[in-house]
Design a protein around this ligand. Sequence first.
Ligand code: HEC
Length: 161
Amino acid sequence: MRHWRPDPLPGVTRLASALLLGTAALLATVPASAAQPASAGTPALNYRLHCMGCHLDDGSGMPQRGIPSMKGVLGHFLRLPQGRALIVQVPGVMNTPLNDRQVAQLMNWMLGQWAGDSLPPGTPPYSEAEVRQLRSHRPSDVARTRGDVVQQLRQMGYVIE
Ligand code: HEC
């Protein structure tokens, strides 16, 4: 009968390296999914980097300092073509270093995060081409344009502060 000859070192080494590889594989995948809301290049991270300073973590803004809340109201703007254009033509979006594709993704992400019931059903998402077209035109007076849009929406029964 052949006896199994203990050969601990190579065996242990193989086992250890298999475990290490397994751990490395886990480490490589877990953070990517756990950190998904803010990993590189995602709208969530772009929001944090470029917008959160004014609009805050949850989109509630600082209304007392002129930065409107987007929570539960942002989608109302998409009820009017001028509103749909306006929210891409505000200075924070016009002046961001993000490209048009990133802005389109960011707008769609913000609507998903905060528009809630304000978003009319069936509203098409922003496309890169639409954002490019909108950003090529800067309204001469954003505050006045916003005022007009907010007033029209109010007449339709949708109140934005
Ligand atoms: C320096 C502060 C500041 C930064 C940074 C900023 N915003 Fe704004 N944002 C405002 C203000 C103020 C308004 C209100 C309209 C105006 O006066 O320009 C606004 C309005 C908006 C609106 C329309 C909501 C409404 O009710 O008018 C959207 C959408 C928006 N911002 C998105 C963004 C995004 C996306 C970014 C980042 C890429 C960003 N903002 C960065 C200050 C900021």
